[in-house]
Design a protein around this ligand. Structure first.
Ligand SMILES: [Zn+2]
Length: 551
């Protein structure tokens, strides 16, 4: 640019600019190649390629820029998948990467992977610089499932994502998130608010969002459904219609809670279920969740404890791993007395004998979830409102590399709910008050969770039976909990193998607490139940969350 004397209008005419650009381009071209070359180590083969490119004319510059624009992948810096920042939801692009292999990856607005700089980015280790990129899995991947990344900022609304993808890559995204969001938008245009068609379609899309793991969308859809249904249902007069509408609202509340639970918004999930069960007492699954919420011990707020009565000091803990504030804690003294352990096992075996054996509950990510969320028959999802005319895969490479099979995230175990046997529940609640909660407070008060006994809540608790002859182990998984506990109920001499394994303890690392002792860990830590090779091992598995406020 120049505004010096003597420059007339003609100097800025398109022709003049083009002539100038033609002069400038070769310089830019050399400068650009020089920059790239400067980043490469001496003797790298790519240096020769760049030297070769330098002999080409300026037309190549345009091609290079176009190739960069189209193929550069958004990449994230170290720690992008740290659960502290919200895990997969918080992958923020911090730069771009040009990678031949990476350019083969298809797009999805719910990507299974992210491109990150360096090798050790995910582990928070030493940053290895510009030379390398890795692909980081954002969730557990089923074998043979397609790896996807996002070409755009996934936090953008549907319209912005669609526009960006169309402009830059020339396709319309048909990923599950786009399909569901587009479908909901269409439903809102097609049917008036509160109409039965609209409510039914929202119901179907809400369920589909849950099935696809789109929990944020599931929350939004169910909240909308409940808002609209509350107004519409007042108009109903026929008993059959009223019954059906109540059933629909009950299902929506149950699923809303399920989605909130998966997002670790436990307080809101519990509130949805407790409120729902009160308003719709005939809904069996809501009743079950409300009963679970009321069954387990809740400590009174600190000021409510009688003054003068000295608290017993909490049991000591051995901290096994504390990477990134994620500590695994093993109690050095039993938190359950041997007599209590024996009694719990005795009661559970007696109860199982009466019921005809130990049941195998279906769990998702390590805990029981209401039956409404598992084994969903796809036909039961209702009308699809023609949102999926034909499933066209968006792809940049010709070849389809993978076919995605259905992902089964359920983990079956042989277990029994603690609250299922009255005396077991009483014993367990006493232990929560006297030893378990104080132990957790002492161990995790300083952690990111800022645990205090009065804010701890038991989401679920199970007595689990690992049997060398039946269910021996539990595959590696994460729990939907803030904290998880394993309490050993029998002598370690009664079985071979067994124990809880942790990825953070290295490949073979595991903890095998003595009878009555406890291992506690944040639910986000990847862990599994090691195989029992002889005898029977009993444990209580407890899933807790830290409530926002004291009762
Ligand atoms: Zn999409």
């Amino acid at each position: 640019e120049g505004e010096g004397e003597g420059e007339g209008e003609e100097a800025h005419s398109p022709e003049a600019l083009e002539a100038e650009a033609r002069l400038l381009l070769p310089h830019c071209w050399r400068l650009l190649l020089g920059c790239f070359e400067g980043r490469l180590p001496e003797g790298a083969p790519s240096r020769r390629v760049l030297r070769l490119l330098r002999s080409y004319g300026e037309g190549w510059l345009g091609s290079l820029v176009a190739a960069l624009e189209r193929n550069a992948l958004p990449a994230s810096g170290a720690g992008c998948a740290d659960p502290a920042t919200g895990g997969a939801g918080a992958v923020l692009p911090e730069g771009v990467v040009l990678s031949a292999a990476g350019s083969m990856l298809n797009h999805s607005c719910v990507p299974s992977c992210a491109v990150v700089f360096g090798d050790e980015a995910a582990k928070g280790g030493e940053w290895t610089g510009w030379g390398r990129v890795s692909l980081l899995a954002l969730r557990d991947l089923a074998p043979e499932s397609e790896l996807t990344i996002s070409y755009v900022d996934t936090s953008l609304p549907l319209a912005a994502r669609t526009a960006a993808l169309r402009a830059m890559h020339g396709f319309v995204c048909r990923c599950e998130k786009c399909e569901v969001q587009r479908g909901v938008a269409r439903v809102r245009k097609m049917h008036p608010a509160g109409s039965d068609e609209r409510l039914e379609a929202l119901r179907a899309f809400g369920l589909r969002a849950l099935e696809e793991g789109l929990y944020e969308d599931a929350v939004a859809i169910h909240r909308r459904l409940l808002r609209e249904a509350a107004l519409a249902d007042e108009e109903l007069s026929k008993p059959a219609e009223i019954w059906r509408a109540r059933r629909r609202r009950g299902d929506a509340l149950l699923r809303l809670g399920g989605a909130l639970q998966r997002l670790h918004r436990f307080d809101e999930a519990r509130a949805a279920w407790l409120g729902g069960s009160e308003a719709l007492p005939e809904h069996a699954e809501l009743r079950r969740e409300a009963a679970a919420a009321r069954a387990y011990h809740i400590a009174p707020p600190p000021h409510a404890s009688p003054p003068g009565k000295r608290k017993r000091p909490a049991a000591e803990a051995r901290i096994l791993a504390a990477g990134g504030g994620r500590r695994i804690a093993l109690s050095l003294q039993p938190l359950l007395s041997p007599a209590v352990c024996d009694r719990v096992v005795e009661l559970c075996e007696a109860s199982a004998a009466k019921a005809g054996g130990w049941s195998t509950l279906r769990r998702t990510n390590g805990w029981h979830i209401p039956s409404a969320h598992v084994d969903i028959d796809r036909r039961a999802a209702g009308p699809r409102c023609d949102t999926r005319p034909s499933r066209r895969q968006t792809r940049r490479c010709e070849q389809r590399l993978f076919t995605p099979p259905a992902v089964n995230r359920s983990v079956p175990t042989t277990d029994m709910e603690v609250r299922g046997v009255d005396e077991v529940l009483t014993l367990f609640n006493e232990c929560c008050a006297s030893s378990l909660f104080p132990f957790l407070e002492a161990t995790y008060a300083e952690s990111r969770l800022k645990v205090s006994a009065s804010r701890l809540r038991v989401w679920d608790a199970f007595v689990v039976r690992y049997d060398a002859a039946a269910q021996r182990s539990l595959p590696t998984h994460q729990d939907d909990s803030h904290l998880s506990l394993t309490i050993a109920l029998n002598e370690t001499g009664e079985y071979d193998g067994g124990g809880t394994s942790f990825e953070d303890l290295g490949g073979e690392g595991f903890v095998r607490p003595e009878k009555g002792c406890v291992v506690a860990f944040p639910g986000e830590l990847r862990h599994g139940g090691r195989a029992v090779t002889r005898g029977v091992r009993y444990i209580i598995a407890v899933f807790l969350w830290v409530a926002e406020e004291s009762p």
